[in-house]
Design a protein. Structure first.
Length: 180
């Protein structure tokens, strides 16, 4: 059933959110293929509060639609409504990336909302590895350099080979607690 979009109320307790770039993709998807909404209508309760499709409703408003398809879940209990909200948003399946690469790669999947790697967009890999570099830099700040005699080294190696606790614990005890 198609109704005036202004009669539908967003669910303020919806536990699902959408990132800005994903939202833009959803809006574009609706603009380019609004017929899809006929096959996947927004689900509302008797008060016209969204149970399924909160983000689609927001995107439809952004896309300028004035009427949209809805299914009314009449007579549901609060428990049923909450269960539906969660189950409607759970992603049970996973993508078969080999299948996508082999049978779907010529299609504009990224434009359709599927996050796929695009090497042309990711030409600068510096950003990708930035977090790893920062972690390495943190590790650099925590190095301890020891100077020792050959006799100290041999004693340490004996202890490390005999003890059943972790080597890091032994070294910590030896250095910090001065048990050398």
């Amino acid at each position: 059933m198609k109704i005036d979009i202004s009669k539908i109320k967003p669910n303020t307790e919806n536990p699902r959110v959408i990132k800005d770039y994903k939202f833009k993709k959803l809006v574009n998807s609706i603009k380019e293929f609004p017929e899809m909404l006929e096959k996947r209508p927004i689900v509302v309760d008797d008060q016209m509060i969204v149970l399924g499709g909160n983000m689609r409703l927001k995107a439809c408003l952004e896309a300028g639609l004035t009427k949209i398809d809805v299914i009314i879940a009449e007579g549901w209990t609060e428990k049923q409504k909450k269960e539906f909200i969660i189950k409607d948003n759970v992603g049970f399946g996973e993508w078969d990336w080999d299948g996508i690469a082999n049978g779907w790669s010529e299609l504009p999947l990224n434009d359709w909302g599927l996050d796929v790697w695009n090497p042309e967009e990711d030409a600068d890999l510096e950003d990708f590895f930035q977090e790893e570099k920062e972690q390495e830099e943190q590790l650099e700040k925590h190095k301890i350099i020891l100077e020792y005699t050959e006799e100290d080294y041999n004693t340490l190696m004996e202890i490390l080979n005999k003890e059943k606790v972790g080597k890091e614990k032994i070294i910590y005890d030896l250095i910090v607690n001065k048990q050398l």
